[in-house]
Write a protein that binds this ligand. Sequence first.
Ligand code: GLN
Length: 395
Amino acid sequence: MQKLSERTEGFTDSVIRRMTRISNQYGAVNLSQGFPDFEPPEPILKRLKEVSHEEFHQYSITWGAQNFREALAEKQSRYMGRNIDPNREIVTTCGSTEAMMAAMMTVANPGDKVIVFSPFYENYGADTILSGARPIYVPLQPPDFHFDPEALEDAFRAHPKALILCNPSNPCGKVFTEEELGIIADLARRYDTYVITDEVYEHIVYAPHRHIYFASLPGMWERTISCSSLSKTYSITGWRLGYTIAPEEITERIKKVHDFLTVGAAAPLQEAVIPGLKFTQDYYEDLLAKYTHKRNLFLKGLDDLHLSHTVPEGAYYVLLDISEFGYESDLEFCKALAREVGVGAVPGSSFFKEKENRFIRLHFAKRDETLQDALGRLELLRARIPVRSEIYSQA
Ligand code: GLN
């Protein structure tokens, strides 16, 4: 038999998704893969019921149903501060996962370099491999995850085609400041580099921090592909609805990549989510209040247990410092955590390029009862996971 493709040889499965399977295996409270266990908003669910008897069972226009794009353009124009053209500047995708992949394939030739901040959401690694690009990693330094402007400029000196910007950032919860974004924008302009954003947590930014859309910075619209999704904003991660927003010339190309990759996102779901896209500002304020409450509840719980952790400025992840347990492998720690304590987490090493094994990622997009249950289990952490002893599992 001939060998399978070289580009997929080094692939591992997604550690995030693997940890969900391991959590399920042990009946653990799954705080690994970031998805809510509460209901999406009622108006969306009501519309979902109705659309099953309407005419939405065949393909929508490949780059997104007209109604959906119009509602999305109106909403994003409000938040991004520019008039977005629903026909020329939007492509509806199967989640932001496809949006990012289509953006990468649109921008990068095999061999092109792409700057990725580390820690990074694990899909970016796969995106660069599948598009043939070579990542240049620039560290975000814990505990505040700042970057060194000099190190960033060094990366730009290698003439990258693009920079990937996850803001608010998964897994570290960083929200890039205006000053930091200005530095990136200045370098992108000077070195003629595209910026591909992942802004799926755009509405989950804790005061006093504030989200600034990269495309809204002076001169950046022309070189930015903004990727985002409806998953986190409307608690519908399973619906796989995402999008790109970019200038017409770039969007024209993304449309083609998207068409050949997936043809289109699910037509009935695009229709059903429209009431959500039409929500007023109150909805986004309530969403943020809900996540602020969950963040405070969960962080206080961790503080009460004297577990040291990061404080997210945005998104819904916390990195817990597990150095005190002395584990060589954070993956083994996470397996032990699921099995012995009953809490699912993601090993931090799956996000860092640097050799880093002192963090695990937990998320708090869960009902208060679920978070209390997890915190109750974590009370037993030190009793169940002895310090400096390696526990290996069958998982
Ligand atoms: N973005 C979420 C996370 O980081 C979900 C990832 C996924 O499985 N698509 O956990």
